[in-house]
Design a protein around this ligand. Structure first.
Ligand SMILES: NC(=O)c1ccc[n+]([C@@H]2O[C@H](COP(=O)([O-])OP(=O)(O)OC[C@H]3O[C@@H](n4cnc5c(N)ncnc54)[C@H](OP(=O)(O)O)[C@@H]3O)[C@@H](O)[C@H]2O)c1
Length: 272
């Protein structure tokens, strides 16, 4: 499959931007989404300088109708990369006896962006690809959503993020078996920390922090090999899977003692 038409959400920053720039070349048509127009245009300029044709869409992934319209309006896609996402952690309690939990607005926004936003991207693409002809390799298209190693564990530092990413991973992999028979690859990226603006203000150590260009190469290699789950770093994912087998109290005691697990250790996300 040639992958000449590609749609990317979250293309205004971090991983989505790096994927767009890596994929940009003559003969490629890129549909790039994000909310920040200036940063999206910055990505576009770079992609155009590499020879790609670029269409921009400053739309919010939580807007289901607008996302469906955008995907359908492309007229056909070889690949979709659902990268848009936000993160956030538990906050320090306001009173001594209050629980250290996430504010409701943050919990809802993380689910709306990281889970519903992915569905708003993936489902219209899945519907459209079913009507596309198969390429020489038997594939009609590839759709990839970015999950996280955080989705492998019930991490007390980022409960909503862990839950949303777990749901994305399970949905993509569970639906992927039947989709693949119809020539559509659904793939989930289970990655550890990536060196992007999302984590730039974190003050705690980030084990296995991967530079974004290496992450791009690993993701694109996985997609070329039709991997349903693209996992890196493997040692971090394996350790997280093992942690999830422990009794809850034991795993929690460990995570609560990690700098990233402490309430207030992550900067609050921009919920505006
Ligand atoms: N960085 C990490 O350590 C890490 C680890 C595992 C997984 N991930 C996942 O990787 C993906 C990319 O994250 P990143 O690290 O590249 O973060 P980033 O640099 O903060 O980029 C996030 C992107 O998502 C877009 N976005 C956020 N909310 C949106 C919304 N409601 N509608 C449309 N676009 C929205 C942002 O667009 P605007 O800025 O234009 O709004 C931006 O382009 C995310 O799904 C993240 O959860 C990241």
């Amino acid at each position: 499959m040639m992958h000449n038409t590609i749609l990317i959400t979250g293309a205004s920053s971090g991983l989505g931007r790096a994927l767009a720039q890596t994929l940009a070349r003559p003969g490629r048509r890129l549909w790039l989404g994000g909310r920040n127009t200036a940063r999206l245009e910055d990505t576009a300029r770079n992609c155009i300088s590499r020879g790609a044709a670029v269409h921009l869409n400053t739309c919010d992934v939580t807007d289901r109708a607008a996302m469906a319209q955008w995907v359908q309006g492309t007229g056909g896609l070889d690949m979709v990369l659902a990268c848009a996402g936000i993160t956030g952690g538990t906050r320090k309690p306001l009173a001594p006896d209050a629980p250290a939990i996430e504010p409701e607005a943050q919990i809802r926004r993380i689910f709306e962006t990281d889970l519903t936003g992915v569905l708003n991207t993936v489902l219209p693409a899945l519907e459209m690809m079913q009507n596309q002809p198969r390429a020489a390799d038997g594939m009609r298209g590839r759709i990839c959503a970015i999950s996280s190693v955080a989705g492998l564990v019930s991490f007390p530092g980022t409960p909503a993020y862990s839950a949303a990413k777990a749901a994305v991973d399970r949905f993509m992999v569970a639906t992927g078996g039947n989709a693949k028979k119809a020539g559509i690859l659904l793939s989930s990226v289970v990655c550890g920390f990536l060196d992007t603006p999302m984590v730039a203000r974190n003050t705690f150590p980030m084990p296995g922090l991967t530079d974004v260009n290496s992450a791009c190469r690993r993701i694109l290699r996985g997609l070329a090999r039709n991997e349903r789950r693209i996992t890196f770093p493997l040692w971090l994912a394996a350790g997280s899977r093992l942690m999830d087998l422990l009794p809850i109290a034991l795993a929690e005691a460990y995570y609560n003692n990690q700098p990233a697990g402490a309430a207030g250790s992550m900067p609050a996300p921009d919920l505006s």
